[in-house]
Design a protein around this ligand. Structure first.
Ligand code: ACO
Length: 325
């Protein structure tokens, strides 16, 4: 038995914020942002939308592609760090929106690696027989967790959602392996200081901008390239493959320079690597399912293809999966 992806879906909010728009908000330039990150524009959710709204549309699209009714889902796991509320889980809101009445639902907090951590958990449930169909979602409204006066961070992120529907099936196609890692030592290189039990909600905390992402970008950059390379090699080695066997590498879309450095170290060609960071920026836990959905609809994922995916994010967390499409 394997967990096979039988549906993909994504949703990007309509409003586009370009680098030229950012030039009017902070001391930056289109050329600087493109040269350092490859990002040209990103999507921003409407004021009326919350993370579950984006996630519900992406999830419904994955169900529609598979022709599966919401009632036939056994579990929903969602990777997000910008959910509707601190609690309960946004996956529960999505469950109610979809009418997935049989499913149990919860969120995974692993920052930009959230989707692959969620996929790994869903795969384990299906492979142990605790369900036949799992909806795995990555969705974020990062625009509400960043300081739009901080040019070091605000140019990097965007909003969006993606989802895949997994079904336990007999055969060779599906998830071949998942590899997960964490190292909490690096927490303060990339985190949101408030508001949790460490820094509870306060007026002073708002004035100190604690509910916004804090990052030491160049330190994150170095560890990200190293970790993405290591965990990608781990996935290939565990299954007896090399980079030459990969049809598509679908990495977390953080920054074009991180992706280029990683693919170079892995010996992957441009044709093997899927990139859409220029259109959406870093949508954190949502980048991989959005990219999977786009790659599928562009005809880049064919039956039998070997798909490698890897992510890195706050925690630090990093992860990979190898999938036989
Ligand atoms: N516009 C213009 N100048 C800027 C901007 C901006 N938006 N942001 C920073 N600068 C300036 C800095 O102030 C600094 O100026 P100084 O030399 O006068 O002090 C200069 O540019 C260089 O700053 P660095 O931080 O050294 O620039 P760097 O080349 O490292 O690029 C960047 C910054 C793009 C953030 C890079 O470090 C990076 O991409 N890091 C990875 C971060 C990341 O992707 N995080 C996402 C979460 S983790 C993940 O998803 C993998």
């Amino acid at each position: 038995m394997k967990s096979r992806i039988i549906g993909t879906g994504s949703y990007l909010p309509e409003h586009i914020r370009t680098n030229y728009d950012l030039e009017k908000m902070v001391d930056t330039s289109h050329d600087w942002i493109v040269a350092r990150t490859g990002i040209e524009e990103r999507r921003i959710a409407a004021d009326s939308q919350c993370t579950s709204d984006l996630a519900t549309i992406a999830a419904q699209r994955a169900l529609d592609m598979a022709g599966v009714a919401a009632d036939d889902i056994d579990l929903i796991i969602m990777g997000t760090i910008t959910g509707d509320y601190p609690w309960p889980a946004t996956a529960c809101v999505v469950q109610a929106n979809l009418g997935a009445n049989k499913a149990f639902a919860y969120d995974v907090s692993a920052a930009c690696s959230g989707f692959l951590f969620a996929l790994s958990s869903a795969n384990d449930f299906l492979m142990s027989g605790r369900g036949k169909r799992a909806l795995v979602i990555g969705a974020e409204i990062f625009s509400r967790a960043i300081d739009w006066t901080d040019r070091n961070t605000c140019v990097l992120f965007g909003d969006g959602a993606g989802a895949v529907l997994l079904e336990a099936q007999e055969g060779d196609s599906g998830v071949l392996s998942c590899h997960l890692h964490s190292d909490g030592k690096y927490l303060e290189l990339l985190y949101q200081p408030g508001f949790g039990s460490r820094n509870p909600a306060s007026i002073e905390g708002i004035e100190a901008k604690l509910p916004f992402l804090k990052m030491q970008g160049n330190e994150v950059f170095k560890v990200a390239v190293r970790s993405l390379t290591q965990v990608s090699k781990e996935a290939l080695t565990a299954n007896g493959y090399t980079s030459a066997d990969v049809a598509q590498f679908i990495p977390h879309q953080a920054n074009l320079r991180i992706l280029e450095a990683t693919t170079k170290r892995l010996g992957l060609t441009k044709e093997q690597s899927f990139i859409n960071v220029h259109k959406y920026g870093n949508t954190s836990g949502a980048t991989i399912p959005i990219a999977l959905d786009e790659a599928y609809h562009q005809g880049l994922l064919k039956e039998g293809d070997l798909i490698l995916s890897a992510a890195f994010g706050g925690g630090f967390t990093w992860a990979s999966t190898l999938i036989r499409w």
